[in-house]
Design a protein around this ligand. Structure first.
Ligand code: UDP
Length: 253
């Protein structure tokens, strides 16, 4: 069945869903970094991120964090609720890394005195600039109540995922969340959207501090595919068929 494409992003494609109010989220192997200046392919990433995000969203639902996730459809696709994306990236940090280390001169790996939440305005042309609550409310991207709700969810997600990852020997250094608005008969709800995967989280091995996330791609560290597989394996969601299926759809002659 050919589905109408709604949107194509850097790592995912959204198609019209089987019923109104639903979409199909397709996970690609494409990877970008530094505002799409660096491009590449991480073989099998789409298959693994589909599973990892399914697992994490499902676990979050079970502790009362609402998400857009409905169910996984196949190796690379999941059914989601259609939401109006709030144009913000909500970043939670536990350990200094990436842009925080760079901007503020804090050594990568330094534990933060407490978890820090930051907001970035989702705008590729501007390179996703950091914004404050003042900017968010002034420009009408979200109101104070929405911001408070996102903040509370972000902190709950952080507490829960920090423990979940520690249980499989991974430190949750930082991560990015996106939220969307969903209407249930005139009532607006904010739900977690997009994905949660090694594309959007920094995950370091507890004992060796080895990076098991997209930084391997960003910084040309090698072993990128293996890192994503290792995260999936530790979470118990590595597809049984192994690397064979990770190559994605092939043409049958
Ligand atoms: N992140 C993301 N998408 C973005 C920017 C950041 O998923 O467009 C994630 C990133 O993977 C990391 C966290 O948010 O886990 C914090 O990223 P940071 O601000 O340090 O930016 P980066 O160093 O990745 O440019």
């Amino acid at each position: 069945m050919r589905r109408r494409q709604i949107y194509e992003g850097k790592a995912k494609v959204l198609f019209e869903g089987p019923e109104p109010g639903t979409l199909v989220q397709y996970f690609k192997d494409d990877a970008t970094a530094f505002n799409a200046q660096k491009k590449g392919v991480i073989t099998g990433k789409g298959v693994l991120n589909n599973r990892i995000s399914e697992y994490l969203m499902t676990r979050l639902e079970s502790i009362g964090v609402p998400t857009h996730f409905v169910r996984r459809l196949n190796m690379r696709e999941q059914l989601i609720r259609e939401v109006e994306i709030i144009p913000l990236e909500v970043v939670v940090r536990n350990i200094a890394a990436g842009s925080l280390s760079k901007r503020l001169g804090i050594e990568e790996g330094a534990p933060l005195p407490r978890s820090i939440v930051e907001y970035y305005y989702k705008n590729d042309e501007l390179g996703d600039p950091m914004v404050s609550e003042e900017h968010i409310t002034s420009f009408g991207w979200a109101n104070t109540q929405d911001i408070d709700e996102m903040l509370q969810y972000a902190l709950r997600v952080n507490d829960f995922l920090t423990g979940l990852f520690l249980g499989v020997g991974l430190k949750l250094v930082d991560f990015k969340l996106e939220f969307g608005r969903l209407w249930d008969d005139e009532e607006m709800r904010i739900v977690l959207a997009d994905e949660i995967s090694p594309d959007s989280c920094r995950l370091w091995d507890v004992t060796t501090n080895e990076k098991l996330d997209k930084d391997r791609f960003r910084r040309d560290l090698g072993g990128v595919e293996e890192a994503y597989q290792e995260v999936a394996r530790r979470l118990g969601v590595l597809p049984e068929a192994g690397p064979v299926d990770l190559q994605g759809p092939r043409l049958i002659q």
